[in-house]
Design a protein around this ligand. Structure first.
Ligand SMILES: Cc1cc2nc3c(=O)[nH]c(=O)nc-3n(C[C@H](O)[C@H](O)[C@H](O)COP(=O)(O)OP(=O)(O)OC[C@H]3O[C@@H](n4cnc5c(N)ncnc54)[C@H](O)[C@@H]3O)c2cc1C
Length: 409
């Protein structure tokens, strides 16, 4: 029986791979990625179901296992296709899976192709001054007015909002419902009247993120994603994709990413090196490799489109290992870690989650945010404890109260 199941699985997977291979041939037969404009090439890729192979047919996918996407990407890149940049992270890794899972067919057809081609860039308007870890406590109001919603409130820490066309926005549509139940999710047009984006500077000197003020912004109901009052469930899809993607953004091949930078500094830039530092380097190399293998295994186990709470394993480990690696880099550089770095205010147009070789001075500062962005390490531990290990839950006294009755300061 086991042998039969394995044989059936492997036949199914080779036929899926055959379908994908034939579509790639068809795409490359139609357009040369090295010479075709990336927007036009990506639109054809989307239409052939090769944008996200695990999405449904007609919406950029083929309904096949997500592990086959690697085959698509590798063949297209080696033929000269331009890879998406980290700038497109929010759209590709978070908004796309959320819209395809919860959006109407109309909104999927309208938003997904432009998202995949890169014509629309996306940001995330979730956090507020009074709602970060406790996202469900947010205050931004959405009031229905005919076929539109009028939205007002303040969002904060919104990465790349200053260069975005659309935003994933969660707002409170029913203050009398318990906090998780009165939320609604929108795909906000960032160019709408009443959207005011202001820079927030990080300790790297860069203003990668922003605060966003929404004043009576009129949003058509057709830009709602999911049901009225269903915003928490929709937001969970975004957050689970975010955690998994942040966790997986480190090192594509063994010894690459931040640990490669530590090894380079050890051999090329470090002053006097100690046996204790060598021990730290070796331990971190092993931890980085365990993280990479964990991500590979999670990727191949993932059959349906949206990841589960186990995505928090990678997010937690990514944050902790990254910070420890850049701590070591700073120690190896000694006083040199503090010089030759430009702290002047810059408006970044790139997501600074990972840094290129030679960027350890900046990444030492930037990596401090890894255990905060996308949900803090404490929150990841809570998720793993409760939803993966089945341990007793955090104390939540306001869970069943109407949001309007929850004490706030
Ligand atoms: C670089 C960066 C980029 C970001 N980008 C975005 C973005 O694009 N869009 C967006 O919406 N947000 C973004 N954020 C915001 C981020 O999601 C929040 O900062 C994060 O969720 C924490 O919320 P908070 O800052 O309000 O801290 P708080 O929730 O106030 O937490 C303060 C401290 O208390 C701990 N804590 C809180 N609750 C618990 C609990 N129940 N159990 C144990 N410990 C707890 C936390 O772990 C933390 O240490 C970004 C943040 C950073 C640093």
């Amino acid at each position: 029986m086991g042998d039969q199941a394995t044989a059936t699985d492997s036949t199914a997977s080779s036929s899926s791979s055959g379908i994908v291979g034939a579509r790639i041939d068809q795409l490359l037969g139609r357009a040369d990625p090295a010479t075709t404009d990336p927007v036009s090439f990506r639109l054809q890729q989307y239409e052939l179901g090769l944008a996200w192979v695990h999405f449904p047919e007609g919406f950029g996918g083929l309904g096949l296992p997500p592990s086959l996407q690697r085959e698509v990407d590798e063949r297209l890149w080696s033929a000269g296709a331009k890879p998406h940049g980290l700038f497109e992270f929010f759209g590709l890794a978070m908004a796309g899976p959320t819209v395809v899972t919860h959006g109407s067919d109309e909104i999927r057809h309208r938003l997904l192709p432009r998202l995949f081609t890169g014509e629309d860039s996306w940001c995330q308007l979730f956090s507020e001054p009074g709602a970060g870890s406790d996202l469900a406590g947010l205050s931004t109001r959405a009031v229905r007015d005919g076929d539109e919603w009028v939205i007002s409130g303040q969002k904060v820490w919104n990465t790349l909002a200053h260069v975005s066309d659309r935003a994933m926005l969660v707002a409170r549509s029913d203050p009398e419902a318990p906090k998780h139940k009165g939320l609604t999710y929108f795909a906000l047009d960032m160019h709408a009247v009443g959207v005011d984006v202001r820079p927030l500077r990080q300790m790297t000197g860069e203003a990668e993120f922003n605060e966003v003020y929404l004043t009576d912004v009129r949003v058509p109901d057709t830009d709602r994603v999911g049901g009225i009052g269903d915003g928490w469930r929709v937001a969970m899809s975004t957050l689970m994709n975010e955690r998994t993607s942040i966790g997986g953004s480190g090192a594509p091949v063994r010894g690459s990413g931040p640990i490669a930078e530590a090894v380079r500094i050890w051999s090329e830039e470090a002053g006097p090196r100690t046996a204790v530092q060598l021990d730290r380097l070796m331990r971190l190399w092993i931890e980085a490799e365990v993280l990479r293998l964990t991500n590979l295994r999670a990727g191949s186990n993932r059959r349906a489109g949206n990841p589960g709470p186990e995505g928090s394993i990678a997010k937690l480990q990514f944050a902790e290992v990254n910070k420890a690696i850049y701590d070591l880099c700073a120690d190896l550089l000694g006083a040199g870690a503090l010089v030759d770095y430009d702290y002047t205010l810059r408006r970044s147009e790139h997501l600074g989650l990972v840094g290129p070789p030679g960027s350890a001075r900046k990444m030492f500062l930037r990596s401090r945010a890894n255990s905060i962005e996308g949900g803090t390490s404490e929150i990841q531990r809570n998720i793993l404890g409760e939803r993966v290990l089945g341990l007793p839950g955090d104390v939540r006294t306001d869970k069943d109260l109407p949001w309007s009755k929850v004490p706030r300061n």
